[in-house]
Design a protein around this ligand. Structure first.
Ligand code: EAX
Length: 325
């Protein structure tokens, strides 16, 4: 018995330094400091360190140090990462219900976005991610996506025809641009070199991304199409998360919810500034393209095989119901 007890004591002595050396919590984002994912990630790190009184530390791996967004998701699922802040588009194949968020022209403004994503529908979507191997913690924000290109001012959907457009690695986003008559080229972030090479002549992203990555230097025309609301999903590896003591789980979830809320407001406050900067930088801007001409063509995406699965369709319908559509 004594021997047994001494083994236990010995093991616990060995385990203590091991636990202490387990290292900081790893969190990956694809973008560089100052980008919207990073604002959320850094705020989360600060808040968690503070709320845990220094016992929970976070290391943010940015600028694609852990791979592109799809690679980050695979690593998170495999337990090579603890947390991520990743654009909803990258979840398209792995968790197709996320298509509900990125359905074109579903959201018109932030009031609608908050009502749905911070309400029951958004919570259901986050909870559903567990089936795909993630704990969905919160929605942060990339913003409303807008179209840029080098060929012509895009005033209505017909102007998009024939554009070689870089899209996220998402079936929905690929189908969207194909439906509009463009030639979509799925490519992971970053895309500055791809644009500079001339292999594509167009891309679409929120104003903050266009400005922070200075895409104005490789793109001439900007149309404020606001065609897709681009969320970031803050997610955790379930095994890592559940292994935390309950109190730490709460601290992590709380810090992420607060960081995401902070980041959403920060992002929205910056939008006018980004637009002004892009104007000043000389982009030719179509502020009021005929969005209805786009929506008219993209609405039918819900009748394509992308929404064949009842679960995906139900999620889209839940979003539409929450918007009274
Ligand atoms: O923030 O790949 C993309 O276009 C995404 O918007 C990316 O997250 C940039």
């Amino acid at each position: 018995m004594l021997k047994f007890i001494s083994i236990i004591i010995l093991l616990s002595l060995l385990a203590a330094p091991w636990a202490a050396q387990a290292g900081p919590i790893s969190l990956a984002v694809v973008t560089k400091p100052g980008s919207s994912q990073n604002v959320c990630a850094e705020k989360f790190a600060q808040m968690l360190e503070k709320s845990s009184q220094g016992s929970l530390k976070v290391e943010v791996f940015h600028s694609g140090r852990k791979g592109d967004e799809c690679q980050i998701l695979y690593k998170l699922r495999q337990g090579q990462l603890d947390l991520c802040v990743v654009t909803a588009g990258a979840f398209d194949r792995i968790a197709p219900r996320v298509r509900a968020v990125e359905f074109p022209f579903l959201f018109e403004n932030y009031t609608q976005v908050d009502r749905v994503l911070q309400g029951t529908a958004g919570k259901r979507l986050l909870a559903s991610l567990e089936e795909s191997g993630f704990i969905g913690l919160a929605f942060a924000e990339n913003g409303f996506r807008n179209l840029t290109n080098n060929r012509r001012p895009v005033k209505e959907a017909i102007d998009v025809r024939g554009l070689l457009i870089r899209v996220m690695e998402s079936k929905l986003q690929t189908a969207l641009w194909r439906r509009l008559g463009a030639v979509p080229v799925p490519h992971p972030w970053p895309i500055t070199e791809l644009l500079a090479s001339g292999r594509v002549d167009s891309q679409e992203n929120p104003l903050g991304v266009i400005w922070n990555y200075r895409l104005d230097k490789v793109q001439k025309y900007l149309s404020l199409t606001r065609h897709v609301y681009s969320a970031h999903i803050c997610a955790a590896n379930p095994i890592w998360f559940r292994a935390l003591p309950r109190s730490d789980q709460r601290l992590v979830a709380m810090a992420m919810a607060k960081a995401a809320a902070f980041q959403r407001q920060h992002n929205r406050r910056q939008v006018d500034f980004y637009l002004a900067q892009l104007k000043k930088a000389g982009m030719e801007i179509v502020e009021n393209p005929d969005r209805a001409s786009f929506k008219f063509r993209t609405d039918e995406l819900s009748a394509t095989p992308l929404f064949d699965s009842p679960r995906v369709m139900q999620m889209l319908n839940m979003f539409k119901d929450a918007l009274n559509l």
